[in-house]
Design a protein around this ligand. Structure first.
Ligand code: ADP
Ligand code: MG
Length: 277
C-alpha cells in the first residue's frame, strides 16, 4: 500500500457531489510568436472543489505556469474552457490571486503591512483602516506581526514568501494560486514553509491550486494531484494524496508513493517525448 488512490471516474462520482469551484475543461494553451506557435498544454481537464489543495505536478516546461496564468485569466484557452463558480473566466480578478516563486514580488518601498493591505484597499474591498486591520490579521497568521513596519529588504527569502502569502490570503480569494512558491528557498526553509502552509490551511481552509515539479512537495502539500506529461502538458493521471503530510516524509511508504508517482509521470513515454525542452 503506497497511500495513493487513483481518482474515481465520472460514473463512480456520487450524484451528491457539490459543483466544482474551479473547472478546467479540455484546455489547450498556446503561445503565438512571430514565426511559430508553442503549444504549452493539450486538452487538460481537472476540477477543484472548495478547500482542496490541488497540485499540478510535472517536469519543467510542461505548461504548469501557463495553466496557472490561464486560471488567473491572463491568457485565454485556444481550446476548452475554464469555469469559476460555473462562470467562464474571461480575465484577471480579485477572486484569484497568485503567489510566485520570485522574492521580488513585493514593492520594496512599502512596509510589510502596506504591502499586504494595498491590494485589498485598491480593489475597493476595504477602506484604509480596515485594510490595515485585515493585513495585521493575516500577518499574525504567517507569524510576521513583529515585522509589520519593516521593509521587504530587511526580510529573508522565506519571510518575503510569508508576506506574499499573507497578501494573497488578505484578498480572501476564491482560489489561491501558487506557482512553485518555495522553489527558490533552501531545503530546510522550504520544508518549514510547506509545514506552515499546511498549518495555515488547517486554520483558514482556503482553496489552493499549487504548482510544483517536486514529487515530494506535491505529496506533502496536496490532497489531490494532477500529473502532467512532459511538454506539451497532457493529463497523465489524477491521484488522491491526503494521507501524506510532513510526518510521513521519511517513511518507506512515502518513498514507495513517490516512486509510483515518478513511474506514472515518466513511464511508457517514447524517448523523443520524454525529454522536456
Ligand atoms: P512550466 O511552468 O511547467 O515549467 P511553462 O508553462 O512555463 O512550463 O511553459 C510551457 C511551455 O511554453 C514551454 O515550452 C515554454 O518554453 C513555453 N513558454 C512559456 N512562456 C512562453 C512565452 N511567453 N512565449 C512562448 N513560449 C512560452
Ligand atoms: Mg513554471
Amino acid at each position: 500500500m503506497d497511500g495513493l488512490t487513483a481518482t474515481a471516474n465520472d460514473s463512480e462520482v456520487p450524484a451528491t457531489l457539490p459543483p466544482a469551484l474551479l473547472s478546467v475543461e479540455g484546455v489547450t494553451l498556446e503561445y503565438t510568436g512571430a514565426s511559430q506557435i508553442v503549444r504549452a498544454t493539450q486538452n487538460v481537464s481537472f476540477d477543484v472543489w472548495e478547500a482542496d489543495r490541488f497540485v499540478l505536478l510535472g517536469a519543467s516546461g510542461c505548461g504548469k505556469s501557463t495553466l496557472l496564468k490561464a486560471v488567473g485569466g491572463f491568457i485565454q484557452p485556444r481550446e476548452g474552457r475554464i469555469l469559476l463558480d460555473g462562470r467562464p473566466v474571461d480575465g484577471p480578478g480579485p477572486d484569484r490571486v497568485v503567489v510566485f516563486q520570485e522574492f521580488d514580488q513585493l514593492p520594496p518601498w512599502k512596509t510589510v503591512r502596506e504591502n499586504v493591505a494595498f491590494p485589498v484597499r485598491v480593489s475597493g474591498r476595504l477602506d484604509r483602516k480596515s485594510a490595515a486591520e485585515r493585513a495585521d490579521y493575516y500577518l499574525d497568521k504567517v507569524g510576521l506581526s513583529r515585522f509589520a513596519d519593516a521593509y521587504p529588504n530587511a526580510l529573508s527569502g522565506g519571510m518575503k514568501q510569508r508576506v506574499a502569502i499573507a497578501r494573497a490570503l488578505a484578498m480572501e480569494p476564491r482560489v489561491l494560486l501558487m506557482d512553485e512558491p518555495f522553489a527558490a528557498l533552501d531545503a530546510l526553509t522550504r520544508r518549514k514553509m510547506q509545514e506552515e502552509l499546511l498549518a495555515l490551511w488547517e486554520e483558514v481552509r482556503f482553496t489552493l491550486l499549487f504548482v510544483t515539479h517536486s514529487i515530494e512537495e506535491a505529496l506533502v502539500v496536496g490532497n489531490r494531484i494532477a500529473l502532467l506529461s512532459p511538454h506539451p502538458g497532457r493529463m497523465r493521471a489524477e491521484l488522491n494524496a491526503h494521507e501524506w503530510d510532513l510526518h510521513g516524509g521519511g517513511s518507506a511508504e512515502f518513498q514507495a508513493a513517490a516512486n509510483r508517482v515518478h513511474r506514472l509521470l515518466f513511464e511508457d513515454v517514447p524517448p523523443d517525448e520524454s525529454n522536456p525542452t
